[in-house]
Ligand binder design. Sequence first.
Ligand SMILES: [Zn+2]
Length: 406
Amino acid sequence: MINTLDPKYEVKAKRIIGQIHGKQPGPILIFFGGIHGNEQAGVTALENVIKELEQSDHSFQGSLYAIKGNLPALVKGKRFLDKDLNRIWTTPEIQKIKARNPKGLLNEERQLLEILDLVQGILESGKGPFYFIDLHTTSSKTLPFITINDALINRRFSKLFPVPIILGIEEYLEGPLLSFINEKGYVSLGFESGQHTEDVAIKNSIAFTWLAMVYSGFLKKTDVKNIKGHYEQLQKSAENNSNFYEIKYRHALKDSMGFKMMEGFRSFEEVVEGTPIAIENDEFIEVEKDTILFMPLYQEQGEEGFFLIRKLPTWVLGLSAFLRRIRFGSLLQFLPGLSWANKEKESLLVNTKVASFFTKPFFHLLGYRNRVIDSTHFIMNNRELTAKNAMYRNTWWYRITTRKSL
Ligand SMILES: [Zn+2]
């Protein structure tokens, strides 16, 4: 383990890439780049945008912050030094870190505390609405895409962008930064712009940032000279794919040393039944059914070998939005085998022995995401009940239900 006090890792880089404050109140945008230290593209993109904003004479509404994530890991160009900074944002973990002697903290734990402090300061600085956007890149080739926790506010804001959207990744990952922020009820989008070192990953992040500034109302569309170009950049890069997808499988790695993806796969690639896609402990992994591959691992550090996803039909998305709007979920507690797991009524305890007729997809429709606690019980957390819908109700994008292009 690397001791965080080791002067070798002392970093002089500033965490805040830039901040812009308009004269008028308005949305508050928080962009992160480099939460993973080997993902420089987001940082470079934010530096580029900030420079242009500082030199412009636009009238801004609200505030924008561009923040660097894992400072020492960025210097080293490594995903992380001690542990993954994007897997430790759970309330119990944060409480543990806060309770410890700061001198004994690992690098990423110290990074977490600094970022948390900054975010809390920003949240106290204004009324919002707040928009959190986390820029990442992947080790494999990929179309650019958005990942969100499946709350309606996230769906609605993210579908403005002409790229595919992946729902429910938080069900498979423990402790990403955005899930933590989303649980506080704010709009929070992860944007994966391309492969780590490709130029297009920077270009896509720049385009995404400009669009987010316009869509949130921080900038007027007419003030951004090439807004159409930014839109088309993403649309072209995403090969006109703007579908919603759901994760259906995560290939967890206990030890990434024994795992190797076969060469040449990329995210969103359709793979036919029986195709060998990876080698694990000297054995081929073949896909059992025709499927879509997502985020295959082509680097040493990582906890997932690959994911499999499926496209969500439009009618499913429409039905689930409708059920959530009429608060169908509040009736569930009256059904056998279901009870509230906490007094805020955000979580539902499901006894699978009694409530065996309810399947996971049914709960997904209603905005619940599951966490298994033992072989006969799981807890479903409802994203909609924590979402701060009132904060976004007056935005132009909140009420539209169809995808809008520029
Ligand atoms: Zn990342």
